[in-house]
Design a protein. Structure first.
Length: 219
């Protein structure tokens, strides 16, 4: 099945539009070190990303076999706020892909990342012009986080797009479940980090792309 979006294409952020694993890992390891814990590998932390900052912090401390302090989430967010653009960059070709896709459909972002951090990343990497403010939904707003479909349905309603006219592009099973929960097409990207350790090829009935330029052929 091919992902053919006629009206709306909704993108995940981390691992789909931007390579952000390094900054997330560095920030988490700064927090762990301040609590006397050993650092985790970037790959390990990448596998913990996707369900919001609170879940990331909890899982990281579990991996480090440490009890998180009561203010662990606030401390992580403060650290990440200072470092979220140190190494994070768009995946190669993403700006060009977005420039071509916006002639075909409305574009939106749906992420479990906090909205302020999301907008700072988009603005800092010159991706904000592709996504009007009302088409960016973060994980700390009025809608439940993915895989709950509420945020996706909000974006569909704002664009007057039906499920048949909507495609969700993401790099994880969370994105896949979100799309299925909303009844939309799902396009999965292999180049991100959300499927590390998960057999993406066993996810049936979906389009899978290996590089950003593949989105132009698939979408």
């Amino acid at each position: 099945m091919h992902c053919v979006a006629r009206r709306l294409i909704v993108f995940d952020l981390d691992g789909t539009l931007v390579a952000s694993r390094g900054d997330l890992a560095d920030s988490m390891n700064r927090l762990l070190a301040s609590c006397g814990a050993e650092p985790l590998s970037e790959e390990t932390i990448g596998r913990l990303v996707g369900e919001g900052a609170a879940t990331l912090v909890r899982r990281a401390f579990e991996q480090a076999h440490r009890e998180p302090p009561a203010d662990a989430l606030d401390r992580f967010l403060a650290i990440y706020h200072e470092h979220l653009l140190d190494r994070t960059r768009p995946y190669r070709g993403i700006p060009e892909v977005l420039g071509r896709l916006r002639a075909r459909a409305a574009l939106a972002v749906l992420t479990n990342k906090p909205l302020d951090a999301t907008r700072r990343v988009l603005a800092g990497l010159d991706l904000a012009p592709f996504f009007p403010d009302d088409r960016v939904v973060g994980g700390d707003g009025p809608f439940a986080r993915k895989p709950d479909p509420a945020g996706l349905r909000h974006l569909m309603a704002a664009a007057s797009a039906t499920p048949a006219e909507t495609t969700l592009v993401g790099d994880s099973m969370i994105d896949w479940r979100t799309g299925k929960n909303a009844g939309v097409r799902v396009c999965l990207v292999r180049y991100g980090f959300g499927f590390e350790g998960v057999p993406i090829d066993q996810v049936g009935g979906e389009s899978i792309v290996d590089a950003p330029d593949g989105l132009l052929r698939t979408l």
